[in-house]
Design a binder for this molecule. Structure first.
Ligand code: GGG
Length: 356
């Protein structure tokens, strides 16, 4: 936290609708912070697929060193036709998460007031989950390779790497999060019936950490059963701790259950503040709607609020969330993903107005 309420933010809007929702998000964050004397000093870094087309790289060669000096990174989306998705993701977003030990990917999954999700008869009280996704190893470790390219005996390996330290730290974060919430439930997503090495270690570490949190009720679900439960009994779930891949999939499901992927935020946290953390809407670049000015900026705005919270500006975070609740609860301004006709700019303007 900065004593003088000045924060240096690296802004990587990235690709597609990232370039639309991030400026909208910055405008809302500005309205939430400036009157309170908080200064967000932003620097835009034009990295992403367009940069790749021009230079053959997703970011500058010294990009990670440059990012190191910022207090936080505000990120849009990555990916664009013409650049293989794995190149875009592995040359931008995943190196940032790994280098800066952003080992927690925090993804709230909450049905907001005024939003109709796809589950019949469910309201905000039934759907309030928080996913704590492991974000630095597991299935997205990057270990593996391909051999005998183009032959009929070609092979590929993708090695999931789980370390006791890596599991322990994210599971502990999950328990801490659950302990601070009213229901104090922690669901661990496992698959130790089939993944007999990695997920058995996961279960053992979860059990060991659980011993320090008697106030939290531990639930253990195989990830397939957990996915089904999120649909059938979401009210029985509170905090979910999951591996990198499981958490990635479960949170897209969670976002869909809360009405739109466009509403969902994500925080890639280095909880110790040794490195900058990164904040992004969980949606991707959405080439199908990019350039039309109709993307929902709420996920980016909420991600920005999580950034303010991480920077020690809790009141500003609360103000932004109250504005989101007010605008969506009011039911007047809705982007097309929510069945309305509002533009990105109109939604951002409504959020700014709600802050005034
Ligand atoms: N704004 C998020 C984004 O662009 N995501 C692209 C993606 O698929 N990332 C992989 C991940 O979140 O693990």
């Amino acid at each position: 936290m900065s004593a003088d309420h000045r924060h240096r933010i690296a802004v990587i809007a990235g690709d597609g609708i990232g370039r639309e929702v991030i400026p909208a998000g910055l405008a809302v964050l500005e309205a939430a912070t400036r009157p309170a004397g908080i200064r967000l000093e932003t620097e835009e870094l034009p990295w992403g697929c367009e940069h790749y087309r021009r230079t053959g790289r997703m970011m500058e060669p010294d990009g990670l060193d440059r990012l190191r000096d910022f207090d936080a990174i505000y990120f849009g989306a990555v990916g664009w036709p013409g650049v293989p998705d794995h190149v875009a993701v592995w040359e931008l977003i995943l190196p940032i998460r790994q280098r800066f030990e952003q080992y927690v990917n925090l993804r709230p999954m909450r049905l907001l007031p005024g939003v109709r999700g796809p589950l019949a008869g469910r309201g905000p009280a039934d759907l309030d989950m928080l996913c704590v996704r492991e974000n630095s190893e597991g299935e997205y470790s990057g270990a593996g390779g391909r051999l005998h390219a183009g032959t009929d005996h070609e092979l590929a390996t993708e090695t999931a790497l789980f370390t006791r330290r890596g599991i322990e730290r994210v599971v502990r974060f999950g328990f801490e999060s659950a302990a601070r919430r009213p229901r104090r439930l922690l669901a661990s997503a496992t698959k130790s019936n089939a993944l007999r090495h990695s997920m058995v270690l996961w279960d053992e570490v979860v059990a060991a950490v659980a011993a320090s949190y008697p106030q939290v009720t531990l639930q253990r679900y195989h990830v397939d059963a957990l996915a089904a439960r999120m649909v059938t009994h979401p009210e029985t779930l509170d905090v979910v701790v999951a591996s990198n891949l499981f958490g990635d999939i479960l949170t897209d499901l969670g976002a869909a259950l809360t009405g739109s992927l466009g509403l969902a935020p994500g925080a890639n946290l280095n909880p110790e503040h040794r490195f900058p953390s990164m904040f992004e809407p969980i949606h991707g670049s959405a080439p199908d709607i990019a350039g039309r000015g109709i993307a929902n900026p709420v996920g980016a705005v909420w991600a920005g609020a999580l950034m303010l919270d991480h920077l020690g500006e809790r009141e500003a975070h609360d103000r932004v969330l109250a504005a989101i609740d007010r605008v969506l609860g009011g039911g007047r301004v809705r982007t097309p993903d929510l069945g309305g006709t509002a533009t990105t700019a109109e939604m951002a303007a409504a959020l700014r107005a709600a802050l005034e």
